[in-house]
Design a protein around this ligand. Structure first.
Ligand SMILES: Cc1cc2nc3c(=O)[nH]c(=O)nc-3n(C[C@H](O)[C@H](O)[C@H](O)COP(=O)(O)O)c2cc1C
Length: 183
């Protein structure tokens, strides 16, 4: 049956509103990624879970799953990667990936692909379709930066949180243009 563009949009919006979403994170260094996770979860009206409290089996009940942590030695935190490796294989589910990193804005952008590669690969292996990536600077006191008062002081800042919100809003819109992908 053809509903016409207005009616069709209405149906797609209703489908998105009922989409179950969870945001799973690890944030152990300075709580940087937790700030981003909370911002994204509030826009998406998502369940917010630390990786340690997330049950791999029950995560498959969600239609959209976000996974994020700080970047450690060029990838997401091991706890998050381990959790993803224990997820059951799924179909028709979406995922997005986010992170905070201790480098400059320019390098965050430049390294995003490489830093997200391991987690993206693990999610894809589980049958999840990746629909977005977000990364920003995070305060770090790793290695010799500890003696210099740290790097990226006060990051994520208000602008970073606004960008995270914009990312989540975009994701919502993007998902509305993927008809028939859920249930
Ligand atoms: C042991 C360790 C290793 C890190 N490795 C990297 C790295 O490879 N690349 C990077 O950009 N930042 C690195 N960082 C900085 C963190 O990714 C950054 O501070 C992040 O915001 C921490 O997030 P969290 O507070 O949510 O844990 C490292 C930090 C620590 C403590």
């Amino acid at each position: 049956m053809y509903y016409g563009p207005r009616k069709r949009q209405h149906i797609l919006t209703a489908r998105t509103i009922s989409m179950k979403t969870a945001v799973v994170y690890v944030s152990i260094h300075h709580g940087n990624t937790e700030k981003i996770a909370k911002e994204i979860a509030s826009v998406l009206d998502a369940r917010l879970l630390e990786a340690e409290e997330a049950d791999p089996k029950s995560l498959s009940e969600f239609d959209l799953l976000g996974f994020g942590s700080g970047i450690y030695y060029g990838k997401h935190h091991e706890k998050l990667l381990r959790l993803v490796h224990t997820l059951p294989t799924v179909e028709r589910k979406k995922a997005f990936v986010f992170s905070t990193a201790g480098v400059s804005d320019r390098l965050v952008e430049k390294n995003l692909c490489k830093n997200h590669q391991a987690l993206r690969g693990a999610l894809t292996d589980k049958g999840l379709d990746i629909v977005g990536d977000f990364s920003c600077c995070g305060f770090m006191t790793w290695a010799y930066y500890r003696f210099l008062g740290g790097r990226n002081k006060d990051r994520p800042n208000r602008d970073d949180l606004e960008r995270a919100r914009a990312f989540a809003e975009n994701l919502k819109r993007k998902i509305q243009t993927l008809p028939g992908k859920f249930n």
